[in-house]
Design a protein around this ligand. Structure first.
Ligand code: FAD
Length: 405
């Protein structure tokens, strides 16, 4: 470890590691270091994609992010393909699934981290662990924790999501010290707590469906995919994706979620389908009324919810009751109470105000030679590899230390 570095990155997460690598490749003569508060680097990478690390998405483009114009420069410089090639160069093979999500060929997040660590070692980048950055002073040089100095500094400390993986929001304080504005951080890609009278009866049941986020009768968000009912409300990929829209709302107390558990069928079709079933099987019992579309247990819960005794025969079901059944399948509505919070969230919505950074270089407009990359900036996206994609592209862009245009 030296006392003065040319280029120093705070935070050895996804964006910080690639930032240091990109810089050292471009400026081999520079001394480069990464300071990390945890005992090991890249802890969060190991947890991503349920341990498989969904590291990018072939479809990712600037419109998948909350500030398309700001991310455009990083995506032009380092598009998805270029990041996949970057990983190939450092010894990682990848594949993409049917939804264009990119994973390491080994299906193991540790392969991603190993490739990044090996490359840091090969390039002789100093990695200083167990060192939380608490203070940074700036004169001509940056002085970190009153001892380490550097000429150029990158803050890559992530957001506030999942503090157990290191990102506890301490980077915001560093930036505030340099008078940077922080847009209020809110947890995103997180489970949603709803009124749970019914969801707790459905606990553990997964359905495929479409979720709509409703505010005063207006649809303000939509997602599709797996929904998991829990004792507190909803989880599953479709829920995490919907939470992206919840995070963008100031007041969540007036929000509702509407679940369509048969998105491929119209109400008219379902009505006639149930009617036919009833005449085809008049002696069948009501507990099976919805089992053609839902798991048995869920069928029973929703039939009961429509006020129909489970032991009744199909033949006794009236038209208005069929309407109620169709309505609950297509428009099951739940009031949102809150989201599960930062500790459970995958991504932070909010962060360093992008208006104070040059999108072409990611350098601060307030402090020369200060850069930011990754989730600490107010950039976020949905599930599916989009957030790591931003971490790689923004990290590499910051590493280039481009001159301002
Ligand atoms: C459980 C989970 C699963 C996820 N799965 C996916 C996925 O499959 N695909 C996807 O695209 N995205 C996923 N994400 C999101 C993705 O991991 C993040 O968007 C991405 O890691 C952000 O990268 P970053 O470099 O900005 O920050 P981070 O990866 O959070 O890294 C920040 C680093 O800075 C360090 N640090 C923080 N403060 C300090 C300090 N003061 N001093 C020194 N070091 C500090 C931290 O310890 C950490 O190592 C997931 C997130 C979680 C929590």
């Amino acid at each position: 470890m030296k006392n003065l570095y040319d280029f120093l990155v705070v935070g050895a997460g996804a964006s910080g590691l690639v930032c240091a690598i990109e810089h050292k490749n471009k400026f081999p003569q520079d001394s480069v270091a990464i300071i990390e508060k945890l005992p090991r680097v890249g802890k969060k990478i190991l947890a991503t994609g349920n341990g498989r690390c969904n590291l990018s998405n072939l479809d990712a483009c600037k419109y998948d992010y909350n500030h398309p114009d700001f991310v455009s420069a990083a995506f032009e410089e380092f598009p998805v393909k270029s990041n996949i090639e970057f990983f190939e160069r450092i010894g990682l093979l990848t594949y993409s699934d049917s939804e264009n999500r990119v994973y390491p060929y080994s299906n193991n997040a540790s392969s991603v981290l190993n490739a990044l660590r090996n490359e840091c070692e090969r390039l002789k980048i100093d990695i200083i662990t167990d060192t939380p950055v608490q203070s940074i002073k700036h004169d001509n040089l940056f002085i970190i924790n009153n001892n380490l100095k550097c000429k150029k500094l990158v803050v890559a400390t992530g957001g506030k999501s999942s503090a157990v993986h290191g990102s506890d929001g301490s980077g915001y304080k560093i930036l505030e010290h340099f008078s940077h504005k922080i847009i209020k951080p809110v947890p995103s890609l997180v489970q949603i707590c709803t009124d749970n009278n019914i969801t707790k009866k459905l606990k553990g049941i997964r359905v495929k469906g479409a979720l709509s986020l409703i505010k005063s009768c207006e649809k303000i968000g939509h997602s599709e995919g797996e929904i998991l009912f829990t004792d507190y409300g909803l989880s599953g990929i479709a829920t995490l994706d919907l939470s992206y829209f919840v995070a963008k709302q100031n007041d969540i107390s007036k929000l509702k979620i509407e679940i369509d558990m048969a998105k491929d069928f119209s109400e008219k079709y379902l009505f006639s389908f149930i009617k036919n079933e009833i005449s085809h099987n008049p002696e069948n019992t009501a507990n099976n009324l919805l089992s053609f579309i839902l798991p048995q247990k869920a069928s029973e819960v929703f039939v009961k919810e429509c006020g129909i005794d489970l032991s009744r025969k199909f033949v006794s079901i009236k038209e208005n009751e069929i309407h109620n059944l169709v309505n609950i399948i297509k428009h099951f509505s739940l009031k949102i109470i809150k989201t599960k919070g930062f500790d459970m969230s995958q991504v932070t919505c909010g962060g360093a105000d992008i208006n104070e950074f040059d999108k072409n270089t990611l350098e601060s407009k307030k402090v020369r030679n200060l850069f930011c990359c990754g989730e600490i900036l107010d950039i976020d996206s949905k599930c599916g590899g989009y957030n790591l994609q931003w971490a790689w592209s923004s990290g590499r862009l910051a590493g280039l230390c481009k001159e301002k245009k």
